[in-house]
Write a protein that binds this ligand. Structure first.
Ligand SMILES: *Cc1c(COP(=O)(O)O)cnc(C)c1O
Length: 397
């Protein structure tokens, strides 16, 4: 049984759980991926776009922890036509699963072996400096077909990209280099989730300046793209020929002021089972360091999930979970594989019952935004934080 579980968890396509398989696959703790919610989110975002604008589903970091292959397949069926990854191995994983749509590698690749892999697997790289363009051309220059490449301009994020005043030189260089062909030009916003649009507007102006200079040289640019989730939801003026959407397809909003644009539903839920229930007397210390001491006789539930699964230890004594549609408080330090709950309000709770850490049960919902707020971080980091020890299973609701 455990061998079978491992094999299923390793196949790139998420196993679907229904009926009996739920009991088999979802034993200790697991992540549920709601493909119906994913499909709806992608369709809604696609509906915001004009027919000239393509949708890239950003599936880097194993689709923000959701499982890249299954997410990519679902997103492509729902209207996405491009995929975005951060690294070459992430792109190869999609190709090995038989996915044929264009895949843009958003991260930088400089190593000749990786450049060969890009060509072999028909991935499309980001080029962000003249030196990098020369290495690519050296490695690929003798091939018959030209490799489509995407030029990345730094218009104010100060991360990857050629600085915008130097953009025209990079475009002219790539245009004449053998083996390469410009497929798009893009840039990335630093503050698209800020209600104050000024920095974003400045970046957009710089982008336009660089594009105008390039077009003045006669170079044709087939595609322009600027928008991440926040910019896609903020304004159709930012859509250009493509938008690159990550967070929003997973059902979270980049910022609460962008909620009115679409109705999104979180795709990922984290669940675990109660492994033991007992009553402790008043004055009993709970977990390492006895950070929590019961002030009354307390019904305590032990749950089989911990920080090694991606539940941050800094949520200790600060988080709630849902059991039978009721909020319940976590108590004591969260340990590597287990955590404890005060379940005094549910005296007949049984071993094996399901605990929802993130997700919805009945009317109650706890989201990655709730955790992010407590922890002083962003929902992106929460989603990416769940470890591979948690089997991921697909559900259609
Ligand atoms: C990750 C990433 C995105 C997606 O960002 P979201 O805010 O999750 O939509 C878009 N573009 C680039 C270049 C990225 O690295």
């Amino acid at each position: 049984m455990t061998d079978r579980l491992k094999i299923l968890a390793k196949t790139p396509e998420l196993p679907h759980v229904q009926g009996d398989r739920y009991g088999q696959l979802c034993q200790r703790a697991w992540v549920e991926i709601d493909l119906t919610a994913l499909d709806k989110n992608v369709r809604q975002i696609h509906r915001l776009l004009s027919p000239q604008t393509q949708l890239m589903a950003v599936v880097k970091a194993d689709a923000y922890g959701h499982g890249a292959v299954t997410v990519a397949q679902t997103a492509l069926k729902a209207g996405a036509s491009w995929l975005g990854v951060a690294t070459v191995p992430e792109g190869i994983e999609l190709r090995e699963a038989g996915i044929e749509s264009p895949v843009l590698v958003l991260g930088a690749v400089n190593d000749p072996e990786q450049i060969q892999s890009i060509a072999r697997w028909q991935l499309q790289p980001t080029i962000c400096s003249p030196q990098q363009a020369l290495v690519f051309s050296e490695v690929l220059g003798r091939r018959e077909t030209k490799l489509p490449v995407h030029l990345k301009f730094d218009t104010g994020m100060s991360r990857l990209g050629v600085l915008w005043p130097e953009a025209v030189e990079l475009a002219q260089l790539v245009d004449r280099l053998p083996g390469l062909q410009i497929a798009s030009i893009y840039s990335h916003f630093a503050t698209a989730d800020d209600p104050d649009p000024r920095v974003m507007q400045q970046q957009q102006e710089r982008f336009h300046q660089a594009i105008a200079q390039i077009e003045a040289t006669g170079i044709k640019i087939p595609r322009l793209h600027l928008a991440n989730s926040a910019a896609t939801l903020a304004s159709s003026d930012l859509h250009y020929s493509m938008v690159r959407v990550g967070l929003a397809i997973y059902g979270l909003y980049p910022s609460s002021h962008l909620r009115s644009a679409v109705t999104l539903q979180p795709v990922l839920q984290v669940k675990a089972r109660v492994t033991q229930v007992k009553t402790i007397p008043a004055g009993t210390g709970v977990s390492y360091g006895h950070q929590f001491i019961s002030d009354r006789p307390m019904r305590l539930a032990i749950v089989g999930i911990g920080y090694a699964d991606g539940v941050p230890r800094s949520l200790s004594n600060q988080m709630q979970v849902i059991i039978r549609g009721q909020r319940v408080s976590q108590v004591g330090a969260i340990t590597m594989d287990q955590l404890m709950l005060d379940v005094s309000a549910i005296p007949d709770l049984q071993t094996g019952e399901v605990v929802t850490l993130l997700g919805k049960d009945g009317e109650v919902e706890i989201t990655a935004d709730d955790w992010a707020k407590t922890l002083g971080t962003i929902s992106w980091e929460i989603l990416c934080g769940f470890k591979h020890r948690l089997p991921r299973v697909a559900v259609d609701r």
